[in-house]
Design a protein around this ligand. Structure first.
Ligand code: F6P
Length: 365
């Protein structure tokens, strides 16, 4: 006999950039929802876009069997932000139309709740939809680990393993050629991945968006290493790293100057600056989307499964307007308002910065 449940039918979507663990989370929600509570599950394709276009299908158990270890998302994803286009397209009311279409399809599909699996943007949209009267439950995923309200998000651990392996591989080639290697990792606004991978991979310089760098401090550090007999170095930079001069400019001006400079991305820019100031032979590597692809780590599978099953419990109890989260060693939930419109950046007094500097890394300042 199935247990009693408040939610009879729910829709589920994955939105924003994909990451390892999305399928594990889908399975984590759907298995108990179906097996234990007998809920009807509507799979929504391609994030919020699928709900706007009513691109949906009923999920059967065979859809969420055997997906625990698979990378990507069986539902597809997109960066569709219905509320954002609302203000941008005020003239043609495209955004109004999108939100109205979501509400209409939610009702037409007979949903009691919408489960949204995503990062800051996805959970922010979820919160806004709940203010429009929809029942929403959120799950936190991102390789950036920058969601407010949860200690950890799934995707981060897998990306960290990939980034660390890449740094390890750069070490041997850097050493063979006596070169400086700059590796660029994802993280536009938050430098968690660069900080953790920098420490795990023994980076000599670690550059975060939260700590604008001084090229002379970097050069000094690399030259000191060379004087100490270390003729190679590894610089780990978050893609959003910026110089202290750039930090004084507004976003538009910063973008204009970068375009003028012609560096394809921050790794190339820093590599050029290092060569110019130190004369050391320097190479750039941009790790890119490999950080988001492939199978989830064991830890991400566990995290995504725990968060997924916790979300199923919220559905069963009819506790809507919440995002499941990790708090210390427990799975819990917070109001969807908690992560909405925020980014969890690395605080300047975070213990990992002390850890990095204690083992000789320069934070660019
Ligand atoms: O949100 C995760 C993230 O991986 C960021 O670190 C990165 O800047 C961004 O996605 C890029 O993704 P896309 O090109 O898919 O927008």
């Amino acid at each position: 006999m199935k247990s009693a449940t408040v939610t009879k039918t729910f829709g589920i979507l994955t939105a924003g950039g994909d990451c390892p663990g999305l399928n594990a989370a889908i399975r984590g929600v759907c298995r108990p929802a179906y097996d234990r509570y007998g809920m009807r599950i509507v799979g929504i394709s391609n994030g919020y876009r699928g709900l706007i276009e009513n691109y949906t299908r009923l999920l059967r158990p065979e859809d969420f069997w055997g997906i625990l270890t698979r990378g990507g998302t069986i539902l597809g994803a997109s960066r569709e932000k219905p509320f954002k286009s609302r203000s941008k397209d005020a003239d043609n009311n495209l955004g109004e139309y999108k939100v109205a279409a979501i509400k209409e399809n939610y009702r037409a599909l007979g949903l009691d709740c919408l489960v949204v699996v995503g990062g800051n943007g996805t959970n922010t949209t979820g919160w806004r939809l709940s203010r429009e009267g929809l029942n929403v439950v959120g799950l936190p995923k991102t390789i950036d680990n920058d969601i407010v309200g949860t200690d950890r998000s799934f995707g981060f651990d897998s990306a960290l393993a990939i980034a660390t392996e890449a740094i390890d591989r750069l070490h041997s080639t850097a050493q063979s050629h006596n070169r400086v290697m700059v590796i660029e990792l994802m993280g536009h606004k938050a430098g968690w991945l660069a900080l953790y991978a920098g420490v795990a991979g023994g980076g000599d310089v670690i550059l975060l968006p939260e700590m604008p760098y001084d090229i002379t401090a970097i050069a000094r550090h690399l030259e000191e290493r060379a004087r100490g007999g270390k003729s190679f170095s590894i610089v780990v930079a978050a893609e959003g790293a910026l110089s202290k001069e750039e930090a004084l400019l507004d976003k538009k001006e910063r973008k204009r100057r970068r375009q003028e400079e012609g560096s394809p991305s921050i790794a190339y820019r820093i590599a050029r600056e290092i060569e110019r100031t130190t004369g050391m032979e320097t190479r750039a590597t941009v790790l890119g989307y490999t950080q988001r692809g492939g199978i989830p780590s064991a830890s991400d599978r566990i995290l995504a499964t725990s968060l997924g099953t916790a979300a199923a419990e919220l559905l069963a109890q009819g506790r809507y307007g919440r995002m499941v989260c990790i708090s210390g060693n427990s799975v819990d939930s917070v109001s969807l308002e908690t992560p909405a419109e925020k980014i969890k950046t690395v605080p300047p007094d975070h213990y990992m910065i002390d850890t990095a500097t204690a083992v000789g890394a320069c934070m660019g300042i």
